[in-house]
Design a protein around this ligand. Structure first.
Ligand code: NAD
Length: 358
């Protein structure tokens, strides 16, 4: 798949057994040396295959922790590359999930004002969603993703077999974004989602690669004309307004995509109460979402904390709160006029419901 970007066009490829295909990965790239950043768990689980893939090149293992994505921590990573002699003719290669992607992407965009970067995503979320779209995000003090740039990799290679070793939480986290994108698409893609989700083994299903590819195509259709997120791309925040607030209010007890699943449930309930989503559709969407709600005691979340984080949402406009509401499949819109009282009321109802079903 070719992605058009204001920064540079780039390509995404599905590939089997990528760690045995070093030549294919680096063909067509001109470079002197390769420098690798590798996720800690991936480094441990795929040790043997990685050592033949990386061979004698420099590699550095980074744990996928939000604290490693902090602004203060970045100087360590620049230092490592500079001390090891990284030049503008070299390539940074990242093997890991969204955390390693954000660290590497920001560094690749700023080191010597931009260097070549290849990404092998290893989580479902990074394969089906974050690997394209050019965003890099860094945490600042206690706030997530406050600092960032737009800088896509030169090439992305997706090997879905990496997902075999993900924990159920991180698999579901990627699934949350897959569901979101298909809710934001059309009837045909929504049917594909339902067929995929009916599988007994989602990681081994024949449709697994197809659903990842379909998710990337939907994302591409949203951001190619709005790469810098000033219009249509904002709709991809469906499930994220409440989701981000919940992630922060729970002190990151639940992972990102799982919070997005809960966030979509909350946005749908608010849409129902506002009369923009019909009851039948609400129940149909809920039937899908509730199967993946994380086991989590939502009653310990304080509505004041949710309100605080909604108020500090990057996407908020005006004096009220902002949320992406749902009318139907592919019929979403940004509402900047959500009142505090509506959140309090919907949250009370949502908590009672969540406690009963999870
Ligand atoms: N830049 C973007 O566009 C964008 C978009 C969405 C999310 N994000 C960011 O991505 C991060 C979340 O990323 P994520 O969900 O991909 O996960 P992650 O990078 O946080 O990794 C999750 C866990 O899975 C482990 N892991 C990674 N690959 C594995 C594999 N193949 N087998 C076993 N374990 C593996 C990691 O070590 C870690 O413990 C957040 O920081 C979020 O803010 C960025």
């Amino acid at each position: 798949m070719k992605i058009q970007s204001k920064i540079k066009d780039y390509q995404v490829e599905l590939i089997d057994d990528v760690l045995s295909k070093r030549d294919a990965v680096f063909s067509n790239l001109k470079y002197d040396n390769l420098f690798y950043f590798v996720d800690g768990n991936v480094s441990r689980i795929y040790k043997d295959k990685l050592s033949s893939f990386i061979d004698k090149d420099f590699h550095y293992v980074i744990k996928a922790l939000e604290t490693n994505k902090k602004f203060d921590k970045l100087s360590d990573f620049y230092k490592i590359l500079i001390d090891e002699g990284f030049t503008r003719n070299d390539v940074l290669v990242t093997i890991g999930g969204g955390i390693l992607q954000d660290i590497s992407g920001f560094i690749a965009s700023t080191l010597y004002r931009g260097v070549k970067w290849v990404f092998l995503p290893t989580t479902l979320l990074s394969q089906a969603d974050s690997c394209i779209g050019s965003k890099t995000s860094i945490n600042f003090k206690d706030s997530k993703n406050l600092i960032g740039s737009f800088y896509p990799p030169n090439k992305i290679f997706i090997d879905v077999s990496f997902c075999d070793t993900l924990t159920p939480e991180y698999f579901n986290s990627g699934l949350g974004e897959i569901i979101k994108f298909h809710f934001l698409s059309d009837a045909k893609k929504y049917d594909l989602l339902k067929e995929y989700l009916s599988s007994q083994d989602l990681r081994k299903d024949d449709l697994f690669k197809e659903i990842i590819w379909s998710t990337l195509k939907i994302k591409k259709s949203y951001f190619e004309q709005d790469e810098f997120d000033t219009g249509k791309r904002n709709l991809l925040n469906y499930g994220h307004c409440f989701g981000h607030a919940l992630e922060s209010a729970s002190n990151f007890e639940i992972c990102h995509g799982e919070a997005v699943i809960v966030g979509m449930g909350f946005a749908n309930l608010l849409s129902l109460k506002r009369g923009v989503l019909k009851k039948g559709k609400y129940l149909e969407f809920e039937e899908i979402l509730k199967r993946y709600y994380p086991k989590f005691d939502i009653s310990k979340i304080k509505v004041d904390d949710i309100l605080y984080y909604l108020k500090h949402d990057k996407k908020r406009v005006g004096k009220n709160l902002t949320m992406i509401l749902a009318g139907d499949i592919g019929k979403h819109y940004k509402n900047n006029d959500i009142k505090k009282e509506e959140i309090v009321d919907t949250f009370g109802e949502f908590v009672q419901y969540y406690k009963k079903i999870v």
